[in-house]
Design a binder for this molecule. Structure first.
Ligand SMILES: [Zn+2]
Length: 316
C-alpha cells in the first residue's frame, strides 16, 4: 500500500462524512497528490483500514447514497410529523390524530350478530363493523349546512368521512358535495325527501330510495352502494327495494356526535372497534357550535380512546 493510495482513501472517507458526494470528491483525479503532501501517512503498509472506511472505499457511490437516503428519509419523516402537528394545532385538536391502518385486503364478512342484522334478499344492516382494528367511522347525514371550513378541515387533516345525502336538502348546492367527493369522500343515499319509510307503500319507497340512487349518479357521477334510511327506520320492503337498485349494505350507528358532546348507545359510554358514528350537516342555528367544532370533538374523542377514523366504504 503506498502513501499516496492511503491518503486518497482518507480523502474519500472525509468526503463521505461530509456528504460531499458529487463534484468536489468525484472531481479528484487518480494522480492528484495534493492531499498527500498536506497529510503525511503514519500507518504501515500492512495495517488494516478502520472498519468504517471499508464500504466507502469499495463502493463509494452506493455507500454514500444509502447514508444519504436514510438521513433524507429520517428528515422527511420528522418534517412530515412537524407539519402534521402544526396542522392539528391550527385546527385546535388536543393531540395528533391517529393514522388509520391501510384498508383491509378483503372487506369483513357480515354475519348475523348483535351489531349486524342479516336476512335473505336484503342488504345487511350494520351498527358496528366487525373488525379488530382500532378504527371507527364517521358518517355525516342530510346535507343542509354547506360549510366551506369543513371542506378545508377534512382536507388539511386528511380525515375520512362518509356522507349520506337527502336530495331535498342537498339540491340547493350539489357543487359543495361534488367538491367533497373530489376530496375522496364517498357520497351515499339517504332518500329524496327524508320520510319515515315505515309510513310509505312499496312504490313510494321505490321512488325515495331508487330515485335518490339516480339523482346521486346524475349529480355526483357515481352510484352509491350504501343506504341509510332516515331516522334509522325501515321495513323489509325498504331493504329489498334498496337491494334492487344497487345497495349492498345499510349502515346505522352506535354513537351520535355534536359540537359540544357525544351520545353513546351503550352504558359504557365509549367507542368500540368498528363503531359507526352518526352526525349531521348542521349550522350554528341548530347546534351549539359549527361543523368544525363537531369534527374536532369526534377526532379528539377517537384519539383519546385510541381509535383512528377510517373510511367506512373500505370496510362495507
Ligand atoms: Zn337524516
Amino acid at each position: 500500500m503506498t502513501v499516496r493510495s492511503s491518503a486518497r482513501r482518507r480523502t474519500l472517507v472525509g468526503c463521505a462524512a461530509l456528504l460531499l458526494a458529487s463534484t468536489a470528491c468525484a472531481a479528484l483525479p487518480d494522480g492528484d497528490d495534493r492531499t498527500t503532501a498536506a497529510a503525511p501517512e503514519r500507518r504501515h503498509s500492512g495495517d488494516p483500514l478502520p472498519p468504517a472506511a471499508r464500504p466507502v472505499v469499495v463502493l463509494p457511490g452506493r455507500a454514500l447514497q444509502e447514508e444519504d437516503s436514510a438521513q433524507a428519509a429520517e428528515a422527511r419523516q420528522a418534517s412530515a410529523r412537524g407539519e402534521a402537528l402544526a396542522t392539528a394545532q391550527r385546527w385546535g385538536l388536543a393531540a395528533l390524530p391517529l393514522a388509520a391502518p391501510p384498508p383491509p385486503p378483503t372487506k369483513p364478512e357480515l354475519t348475523a350478530g348483535p351489531h349486524v342484522k342479516v336476512q335473505d334478499g336484503a342488504p345487511p344492516v350494520v351498527y358496528r363493523v366487525p373488525t379488530d382494528r382500532p378504527v371507527v367511522f364517521l358518517t355525516i347525514d342530510d346535507g343542509a349546512e354547506k360549510d366551506p371550513e369543513l371542506l378545508r378541515m377534512l382536507a388539511d387533516l386528511r380525515v375520512p368521512v362518509s356522507v349520506f345525502l337527502s336530495d331535498y336538502l342537498a339540491r340547493a348546492d350539489y357543487g359543495y358535495f361534488r367538491r367533497l367527493h373530489a376530496q375522496g369522500v364517498t357520497i351515499n343515499n339517504h332518500t329524496i325527501d327524508h320520510p319515515d319509510l315505515r309510513t310509505l307503500a312499496a312504490d313510494r319507497q321505490q321512488q325515495e330510495i331508487c330515485g335518490q340512487q339516480d339523482r346521486l349518479e346524475e349529480e355526483i357521477g357515481t352510484r352509491p352502494t350504501l343506504f341509510r334510511p332516515p331516522y334509522g327506520e325501515y321495513t323489509d320492503v325498504s331493504l329489498r327495494t334498496a337491494a334492487g337498485c344497487g345497495i349492498t349494505a345499510v349502515p346505522l350507528w352506535n354513537e351520535e356526535a355534536f359540537p359540544d358532546h357525544m351520545d353513546y348507545r351503550y352504558d359504557d359510554r365509549r367507542l368500540h372497534a368498528g363503531d359507526i358514528i352518526l352526525t349531521h350537516f348542521r349550522g350554528p342555528s341548530l347546534w351549539n357550535g359549527d361543523m368544525t367544532q363537531m369534527l374536532r370533538r369526534v377526532i379528539d374523542t377517537a384519539t383519546a380512546q385510541g381509535f383512528a377514523l377510517a373510511r367506512l366504504d373500505d370496510y362495507l
